[in-house]
Write a protein that binds this ligand. Structure first.
Ligand code: HSE
Length: 442
C-alpha cells in the first residue's frame, strides 16, 4: 500500500519518500500514545515513526473500530487498540489527542493528565471551552497540557505570543484563522469556483471540520480567537460570546467590487482590548491588497498581533491539513520531551474577565437588493437617521432593474448602529433579500 503524505508546496497528497528508516524502538526516551487516526492522526503517526524523531516512540494508536484503520506501514511495535482504558493504564509519557469534539475527548484528556501523562491536543473546541480547568488539572498532576496545533495549524502563533512576545503588551489581534473559509474565498476569487465546489474541494483536501458548517459559520475561528485572546491578552472569554457572521452570503459580484476598491474578501477574526471591554468578532470583511491578511491564499492562515511597544508582528503559513497540523502536534511533544518540568503556577488565577461585544467601528461595504428602484431614497434616509453617512455609490440603480443590487460604501460607523439601520430597512420592506454588510479593514 502506498503511504500518503502531504506535499508542503502543493498540499496535494503525495507519495511518502522511499527509503526513510523508521525509528528504532530501542533508543526511545519518550513514549507516546495517539488518540485518533484520521487525517491529522495519520500524519502525526508518520512523523513520529520517522528516524528524525528517534527519541520519541509511538507505542499505541487508539481509534474506534480500529481494525478498519490499521495501516501496514506502522511499525509492528505499535499497539492498535480501541480500548481507551488500556492506553490510560499504560506507561506512556505523552498522550496526543486528535479525536476532536468536547466529548468524550475532554474526559480522556482529563483522565490522561490525572494518570500522570502529559497531553498534546489539536482540539480547539475543547481548549476554548475547558482549557482553564484542564490546565489546572495538568498543574495539579505536575503534567503539561500543550495545544499549539489548536490555532493556525503549522504556524507557531501560540508559542510566538506566549514566549516570543511575552515582553509585549498586546491589545489587538487580527487574523485569518480558518483554512477552509480561506480556501473557499480565495478560490471563488482566483478560479471562479462556486461556493459549493470550493467547499467540497476543501473537504477533499482534509481542511474542513467533520461538520463544515463550523468552518463556514465561524464557530471554528471563534474557538481559535478565544484561545488567542487567552494567550495574548490573558482574557477569559468563552467562544460562544464572540459575535459570528457566516461567509455564506458572499458572492462572485462582491469580489468584483472589492477588486475595484483595491481589496479582496476574507473571513477575519478580530479581537481588541479597550479598557474593560473586549471587542471580538469573526466575520467576512473587505481587506485591502496591501494588508498581509489579503496575502493568505488557499489553506493559509495569518495573524497580525499589535502591541503597545513593538507595533505589529505578523505570523503566517499553512493553517489546516494533515501536514502542517501534525508538525505543530509533534513540535509540542518534542518540547515536552525536552523539559519535563511541571508548570510553576496556575494559569487560571491570572486570567481577567472582560465584557465582550462586537461594536467595532469600521467603514462598510453594503450590497442591498431593493424591492423597487425608488427604495434607494428610503435606504439613504434610514442610514442618515442612524447617523451613517454614505461615502460613495459603486453601482447606481438608475435604469437598473429592481433586482440589481445597490452597492454602497458608508463612512465609519459602529456595528450596532449599522445593524439597527439594516433591521429598519428590512422592517419597512425595502429589502426583499438578506443584505450583505462587510467591514472595510484598513
Ligand atoms: N477546519 C479547520 C480549518 C482545521 O479549516 O482551519 C484547522 O484548524
Amino acid at each position: 500500500m502506498a503511504i500518503m503524505t502531504w506535499d508542503a508546496q502543493t498540499d496535494e497528497p503525495a507519495k511518502r519518500p522511499q527509503g526513510r528508516a523508521f525509528a528504532d524502538a530501542r533508543v526511545a526516551h519518550c513514549k507516546v500514545a495517539l488518540l485518533g487516526f484520521g487525517t491529522v492522526g495519520q500524519s502525526v503517526a508518520e512523523l513520529l515513526c520517522l528516524q528524525s524523531h528517534s527519541h520519541l516512540r509511538l507505542t499505541h494508536i487508539f481509534n474506534r473500530q480500529v481494525k478498519r484503520k490499521q495501516a501496514s506501514w506502522v511499525p509492528s511495535y505499535v499497539r492498535w487498540t480501541e480500548d481507551i482504558d488500556e492506553v490510560l493504564a499504560s506507561d506512556v509519557d505523552v498522550v496526543i489527542e486528535v479525536v476532536g469534539g468536547v466529548d468524550p475527548a475532554g474526559s480522556w484528556v482529563r483522565r490522561a493528565l490525572e494518570s500522570g501523562k502529559s497531553v498534546v491536543t489539536a482540539n480547539k473546541h475543547l481548549i476554548a471551552k475547558h482549557g482553564t480547568e484542564l490546565l489546572e488539572v495538568a498543574r495539579q498532576n505536575g503534567q503539561k497540557l500543550e495545544f499549539g496545533a489548536s490555532v493556525a495549524g503549522g504556524v507557531p502563533v501560540l508559542c510566538g505570543l506566549e514566549h516570543g512576545l511575552s515582553g509585549e503588551r498586546l491589545f489587538r489581534l487580527a487574523g485569518v484563522l480558518n483554512g477552509t473559509c480561506n480556501y473557499i474565498l480565495s478560490n471563488m476569487e482566483s478560479r471562479g469556483l462556486s461556493f459549493a465546489d470550493a467547499l467540497a474541494k476543501a473537504q477533499e483536501l482534509g481542511y474542513a471540520e467533520a461538520d463544515p458548517s463550523d468552518d463556514v459559520h465561524g464557530v471554528d475561528a471563534a474557538c481559535k480567537l478565544a484561545i488567542l485572546a487567552r494567550v495574548g491578552f490573558g482574557a477569559d472569554v468563552h467562544p460562544d460570546k464572540i459575535h459570528r457572521r457566516s461567509i455564506e452570503g458572499v458572492e462572485a459580484i462582491d469580489f468584483r467590487y472589492a477588486k475595484k476598491l483595491g481589496a479582496t474578501i476574507r473571513q477575519t477574526s478580530l479581537a481588541e482590548v479597550r479598557g474593560n471591554d473586549l471587542l471580538a468578532a469573526v466575520q467576512p470583511a473587505v481587506v485591502p491588497h496591501s494588508s498581509p491578511l489579503a496575502h493568505a491564499k488557499d489553506n493559509q492562515n495569518a495573524l497580525l498581533a499589535t502591541g503597545v511597544h513593538g507595533g505589529e508582528t505578523l505570523f503566517a503559513g499553512r493553517g489546516a491539513g494533515g501536514g502542517p497540523t501534525s508538525v505543530a502536534v509533534v513540535s509540542d511533544v518534542v518540547s515536552i520531551s525536552r523539559k519535563r518540568v511541571p508548570p510553576a503556577n496556575s494559569e487560571a488565577s491570572s486570567l481577567k474577565t472582560y465584557s465582550v461585544n462586537h461594536n467595532f467601528e469600521f467603514p462598510y461595504y453594503l450590497r442591498l437588493t431593493l424591492r423597487k428602484v425608488g427604495d434607494s431614497a428610503g435606504v439613504t434616509r434610514i442610514l442618515s437617521k442612524h447617523g451613517i453617512e454614505v461615502r460613495s455609490v459603486l453601482q447606481r440603480p438608475r435604469g437598473a432593474k429592481a433586482k440589481s443590487p445597490l452597492i454602497l460604501l458608508v463612512e465609519p460607523c459602529r456595528a450596532l448602529e449599522l445593524e439597527a439601520a439594516l433591521q429598519e430597512m428590512v422592517k419597512q420592506g425595502c429589502l426583499p433579500q438578506e443584505p450583505l454588510s462587510l467591514p472595510l479593514l484598513s
